[in-house]
Design a binder for this molecule. Structure first.
Ligand SMILES: [Zn+2]
Length: 281
């Protein structure tokens, strides 16, 4: 692999909220140590469809995940299968939707919750389900615990591609709206943790990309066409030894370009089904 990549999906963190609340990420951008682009989610701007589009490079109209009610393994090539086909290794700490779409379906706790198996598409995986979530108990794992769990998997297995996904911000937004003190404080918590973890991951030889599946409105909704629902941040922290070349700062990166762009940056052959032009070298 030319480069190893970590992709972090912070569920629900829209572009405008990221740019005004994530002080560490923005500090590195201001200092010239990281880049940021605006991205645009597919439609519908809902979690499942966006997870599938980020990884397959296809629109929901093509990959078929048109809502969060979808269940079933996707047939299209995706980042995990492409990296594995190229002889690389993969890992994830994420919601079980990712296991259902890219690993095996239906999700089976005993088989799928913890995976270390080089024959599966996501070879080193830790999934959570958030079963029983409600307003009093959102059932999102601690983000700091997840960052450590991810660091542990990376230390043990050094996967070439690693997906991290956290639902915290999306869950709180649905419960309290995105214009809320709950969002302010939890963005601060995650941003502060990233201030410690990003340099650690970079030292381990990774590019770190931070994005969201979709945004969310002030009153806590998404799925539609409003800019606040579709506009997402795409931060890029390149391995300092291999600076990244990307598009102009005002170029809006469509969500379907993320998969082929990551594969191109990794030096992995891009599957024919991924038709969007890659943006990173
Ligand atoms: Zn989501």
């Amino acid at each position: 692999m030319k480069n190893k990549v970590i992709l972090l999906i912070l569920d629900g963190l829209g572009y405008s909220y990221a740019r005004k609340l994530m002080g560490n990420l923005e500090g590195w951008v201001e200092a010239g140590d990281a880049k940021v682009w605006q991205g645009q989610s597919v439609l519908p701007s809902a979690s499942g469809p966006c997870y599938a589009s980020i990884h397959t490079g296809l629109t929901p109209q093509d990959h078929g995940v048109t809502s969060n009610y979808h269940q079933g393994r996707l047939e299209n090539a995706d980042i995990f299968s492409a990296v594995k086909a190229a002889g690389g290794t993969t890992g994830a700490v994420a919601h079980s939707f990712f296991s259902d779409y890219f690993q095996s379906s239906p999700f089976n706790h005993l088989r799928d919750m913890e995976v270390d198996d080089i024959n599966r598409p996501i070879q080193h995986a830790r999934f959570y389900t958030m079963t029983g979530e409600n307003k009093a108990q959102p059932a999102t794992p601690s983000d700091i615990d997840l960052f450590w769990q991810m660091s542990l998997v990376i230390q043990r297995h050094h996967p070439d591609y690693f997906l991290f996904h956290s639902c915290t911000l999306d869950s709180l937004g649905h419960n309290y709206g995105f214009d809320s003190i709950q969002i302010d404080k939890n963005c601060y918590t995650i941003d502060a943790a990233l201030g410690d973890f990003i340099p650690r991951w970079q030292e381990q030889g990774y590019d770190v990309i931070i994005t969201a599946d979709h945004g969310q409105s002030a009153r806590g909704h998404h799925g539609g066409t409003e800019a606040i629902m579709r506009d997402i941040p795409i931060y890029y922290f390149a391995n300092p030894n291999h600076p990244v070349q990307g598009p102009a700062p005002d170029h809006v990166i469509h969500q379907t370009a993320i998969a082929p762009s990551i594969l191109q940056r990794m030096g992995v052959a891009i599957p024919e089904s991924m038709q969007s032009t890659p943006v990173w070298t």
